[in-house]
Design a protein around this ligand. Structure first.
Ligand SMILES: Nc1ncnc2c1ncn2[C@@H]1O[C@H](COP(=O)(O)OP(=O)(O)OP(=O)(O)O)[C@@H](O)[C@H]1O
Length: 431
């Protein structure tokens, strides 16, 4: 395979990969590494003979191995911040003071080279506030390294499971903001890139957080261009992560944008439940399956909404039943078995925006009622929170009460019409 990066005049950038073309809006930030050389000249991959050619508008920079060794203190263990399927990840600092994360490919062979190249190509072209920024790469001899902006709060996974002593659980609002940011990143890939990009590996360990918990998608090594022309899907070898793969993709290898929507539904469930996509068997009593999706769906269909919610959230302040109900419903729609019935990413973004706005409105009106702006974020006891979980009508303004009833009726109708399996009753929030 030979592919080259080339950019035409004006604000559009184009990628040619044989006959395929991608054009996206150029929203790139200037890379801040002064030590890196200017634009790419060539990546020659021994196995695939892939070549990335130079261009004035190609923002990705080449780093020397020596430069990155200096930045990471010779890749010492103290600089190691994580390890994934691609290889080890190190924290480093460039000469200009810029913090970086350096991923070192330890997987030799065609797959590793391919993922390296796809990552460079995709992230060189795709720039959005919810995608991690790739500063550049190093391809010297057999060495393959990727240089990213450093994300100080690590991955979302690091904040959901196995918390260290004293580590605070994420509150509801932050979790929903993370879901919204991840959905916006996906919306950019699905709707702004032409042809669309299927991310293919959405999971909590691939959503990184900046210092304000703003989420950014990382790891584009498995990303694919979406179907072109009349094609409804891309056929490909099934790759991804257990627990996140859409059923039709896992079973047939047919990949569509809706496969990403399914994975987003799984991520939302993880944020809401605080449970892993593939649960330890000790946690899934009552279902035969270790899949979080099956566990949550069983409770949802039984109307046991409260049991789905992460108990840690109940210690972190008030939750509105409408908002919780709505968010689980959005996740469940994303997780519909029939791919075509899943929502578009734009619809998910709208729903999540509503959830985030509604949560903030509720919090503001609570603070106003209490006349205590300093009370923001104060914890209540689990019992108190449980008591407040179901919003009492007298606490609502008349408009909120009307809105709440309208939502519940909408939901019941939606469920009765679309999702409800025969013989089950539509779920209602349990007290
Ligand atoms: N840009 C970054 N800034 C800060 N930490 C990072 C960055 N990139 C990766 N990490 C850390 O390194 C860990 C490993 O990341 P990596 O993307 O290599 O693997 P993964 O996504 O966890 O797993 P897999 O490769 O199997 O999908 C992450 O969980 C994260 O904690």
């Amino acid at each position: 395979m030979a592919c080259c990066l080339c950019f035409g005049p004006g604000r559009k950038m184009k990628l040619k990969d044989n006959s395929d073309q991608i054009s996206i809006r150029d929203q790139a930030d200037q890379p801040s590494s002064s030590s890196a050389q200017p634009a790419a000249t060539a990546i020659a991959s021994s196995s695939s003979q892939t070549v990335v050619q130079d261009s004035a508008r190609y923002r990705c920079q080449i780093f020397s191995y020596r430069e990155l060794a200096i930045a990471t203190n010779s890749f010492r263990d103290e600089s190691l911040i994580g390890r994934g399927g691609f290889g080890a990840v190190y924290k480093g600092r460039l000469n200009n003071g810029q913090n970086i994360a350096v991923k070192m490919l330890d997987q030799s062979g065609v797959q590793g080279d391919k993922e390296f190249l796809v990552e460079v190509l995709m992230l060189s072209l795709l720039h959005h506030q919810n995608l991690v920024h790739l500063f550049g790469y190093c391809a010297e001899g057999d060495q393959r390294l990727l240089v990213y902006e450093y994300m100080p709060l690590g991955s979302v996974e690091d904040h959901l499971y196995d918390l260290s002593d004293g580590q605070e659980a994420l509150d509801w609002n932050t979790r929903m903001q993370i879901a919204l940011g991840a959905a916006k990143g996906l919306a950019f890939l699905h709707n702004e890139a032409t042809p669309a990009v299927i991310y293919r590996d959405l999971k909590t360990s691939n959503i990184l957080l900046d210092h304000e918990y703003k989420p950014k998608l990382s790891d584009f090594g498995l990303a694919k261009f979406g179907p072109s022309g009349d094609m409804s899907h891309v056929s490909t070898r099934v790759m991804g992560t257990h627990g996140y793969c859409a059923p039709e993709y896992a079973n047939t290898g047919k990949l569509t944008l809706k496969s990403d929507i399914y994975s987003l539904g799984v991520v939302m469930l993880e944020l809401i439940t605080g449970r892993k996509a593939l649960m330890p068997s000790s946690e899934c009593v009552g279902t035969q399956s270790r899949y979080l999706v099956h566990w949550a769906r069983t409770l949802w269909l039984d109307g046991k909404v409260m049991q789905i919610v992460d108990p840690m959230l109940l210690t972190k302040g008030r939750l509105s039943s409408i908002v919780v109900f709505r968010s689980i419903e959005v996740a469940m729609k994303c997780l519909t078995e029939e791919a075509n019935a899943r929502p578009l990413i734009s619809e998910v973004v709208d729903s999540l925006r509503y959830i985030v706005d509604h949560t903030m409105r509720k919090e503001r009106s609570r603070l106003r009622r209490e006349g205590n702006m300093d009370g923001a974020g104060t914890s209540s006891s689990p019992d108190e929170t449980r008591r407040m979980f179901t919003v009492r009508e007298e606490e609502e303004s008349p408009e909120e009460a009307i809105e709440r009833r309208r939502l519940v009726v909408d939901d019941a109708l939606t469920w009765a019409g679309m999702n409800r399996p025969r013989g089950t009753t539509p779920p209602t929030p349990s007290p």
